[in-house]
Design a protein around this ligand. Structure first.
Ligand code: HEM
Length: 299
């Protein structure tokens, strides 16, 4: 994982790659004028970087689980072990079903690692060819995950009820929509917009990860399952988290863009405080998901 200075989710690179969206926060401070806007901009960028680094660590833990559990048991030929964590993931004799599930899991690891590499400024700057190729693989992976996920949801390989099926299906459509927008803007060389859609894509692709950290955070907060039935995996709390898994991060990102483009120093600092608070909640969710979902399967 890159250290903070190498990572930015700013719409404007430190090298001024995308001047079209240059917010006041990143403009040089004219002599004799207040340094407050530049300071507020730096605080905002530091908050965004902080959130991204914590998220990167948490997603790396998720990948460790994917490789350490699904990958390890697959190499050992113990596909039946999958059913203990992921009901109906392995159906003996149903090769098509098993292939779709195996591809979903393999691409889950690929897209998570690929997304983190794509967002690292250092990788983008020093390995531009890799950035382009990784981007292509990422876009294809987004479609594999979206279409494969939809097939799983609507053919019965899922947990939860109809509202959750609808919520995750909207997530799949958003993933494919954002992927198309990222590609369109890249081809048209509208890089500022390309970057913004890429960040939206990263967040909707991370939706299922947000679901896991959101759910376990909720369980940890309440000292047990509140607002849902753990046996049927249904209830208002799960429906809320299923929609919030992408709506909340997308809303935060939109506010972040607004703060960069239009807010004054106070607005930017307020947004930075929101991001620092989100970082704390994200970190707590990562700890909860690691303890409840991921680490127990890594031995
Ligand atoms: C793009 C990022 C995605 C990743 C990284 C991902 C990852 C995973 C993983 C790891 C599992 C196995 C359960 C576990 O061990 O936690 C899983 C199951 C599942 N995924 Fe995905 N997935 C993604 C997108 C989607 C989408 C877009 C859909 C639906 C449209 C979907 C539908 C499902 C379903 C139905 C299951 C079966 C278990 C359940 O119902 O939750 N996934 N996914």
């Amino acid at each position: 994982m890159a250290c903070p200075p190498e990572v930015t989710i700013s719409a404007v690179d430190a090298d001024g790659e995308y001047p079209g969206l240059a917010g006041r926060a990143f403009a040089p401070v004219a002599a004799g004028r207040s340094a407050a806007p530049a300071t507020a901009g730096s605080v905002l960028q530091a908050a965004a970087t902080c959130w991204l680094v914590v998220t990167g660590l948490g997603q790396s833990m998720f990948v460790a689980y994917l490789l350490g559990f699904y990958g390890r048991t697959a190499i050992q030929g113990r596909f039946d072990a999958w059913n203990q964590v992921f009901p109906r993931s392995h159906v003996a004799g149903d090769t098509l079903h098993d292939t779709v599930v195996a591809m979903h899991l393999a691409f889950a690891a690929l897209i998570t690692v690929g997304g983190l590499l794509q967002l690292m400024t250092g990788v983008r700057r020093w390995f531009p060819r890799f950035h382009r190729w990784n981007g292509r693989v990422y876009l294809v992976s987004a479609f594999v995950m979206g279409l494969g996920g939809l097939a799983m949801v609507w053919t019965g390989t899922h947990v939860g009820d109809l509202p959750q099926q609808v919520a995750i299906s909207i997530n799949a459509v958003l993933i494919m929509l954002c992927a198309v927008m990222v590609l369109r803007h890249a081809l048209a060389r509208r890089f500022a917009l390309h970057r913004r859609w890429a960040l939206r894509l990263f967040l909707v692709v991370s939706g299922v990860w947000f679901f896991r950290i959101g759910l376990t955070f909720w369980i940890m907060l309440n000292g047990g399952p509140l607002g849902f039935d753990p046996d049927t995996f249904t209830g208002p709390a799960l429906t809320t988290i299923a929609f919030a898994q992408y709506l909340l991060p997308l809303a935060m990102l939109q506010l972040y863009f607004y703060a960069q483009d239009r807010a004054g120093p106070r607005g930017r600092v307020l947004m930075a405080c929101g991001l620092f608070a989100s970082t704390l909640v994200t970190a707590a969710g990562i700890v909860a998901a690691s303890m409840m979902l991921w680490l127990p399967h890594l031995h």
